[in-house]
Design a protein. Structure first.
Length: 153
C-alpha cells in the first residue's frame, strides 16, 4: 500500500449511493458466485454494459479478492463476506474473511517466473486504490476501488 493509500484510508468514507453485503461459502464456487454477483450489481447500479472496461475490472478485482479469501483467509466452516458500495466516482469491493493474522503485503510481490502469486498485482493494476483493514481480532477486510470511468482514478 502506498502512502497515498494509507492516508486516504484514514479519511472518513464517502456515503455510498448504494450498498449490498452478502456472505458466501469459502469455496471456489462461493468465489465464482461473488464475482458474478459483483458484476451483475455493478451493471445494474451504473447502467454500464457487462463488456465495459469498468465492469471487466470489477470482475477481475472481485475474483482475485474472493479467491484470496478462500485460499488464504478461511477457517473451516467460516464464510467470507462480500460488500459492494457504489460511490459517486467509484465502485468499492470489500471482501472480509476470518484470518486477520494473514494480511496481504502492502505492496504486491513481483514474482519472476512463478505460475501463481500475481493476484494482488492484478488488483493494483485495475483498482484506483486498494488496501486492507483489520477492525477486530476475528476478521480482516481487503478492499479495492474501481473507477467508474476509464479516464483514470
Amino acid at each position: 500500500m502506498t502512502h497515498h493509500q494509507l492516508a486516504a484510508e484514514t479519511k472518513p468514507p464517502l456515503t455510498p449511493v448504494r450498498q449490498l453485503a452478502l456472505r458466501f461459502s469459502s469455496t471456489r464456487r462461493g468465489a465464482r458466485l461473488a464475482r458474478q454477483l459483483a458484476v451483475q450489481q455493478f451493471t445494474e447500479w451504473t447502467g454500464l454494459p457487462y463488456d465495459s472496461d469498468p465492469a471487466r475490472a470489477v470482475a477481475l478485482v472481485t475474483a482475485e479478492l474472493a479467491s484470496n479469501a478462500v485460499r488464504h483467509g478461511s477457517l473451516p466452516g467460516r464464510d467470507f463476506r462480500l460488500t459492494l458500495l457504489l460511490l459517486p466516482d467509484h465502485f468499492r469491493v470489500e471482501v472480509t474473511d476470518t484470518r486477520p493474522e494473514r494480511l496481504p503485503p502492502p505492496v504486491p510481490p513481483q514474482p519472476a517466473d512463478e505460475t501463481s502469486g500475481r493476484g494482488l498485482l492484478i488488483v493494483q493494476a485495475y483498482a484506483g486504490r486498494w488496501g486492507r483493514t483489520v477492525r477486530d481480532a476475528y476478521t480482516k477486510t481487503v478492499w479495492a476501488e474501481v473507477p467508474l470511468s476509464t479516464s483514470g482514478s
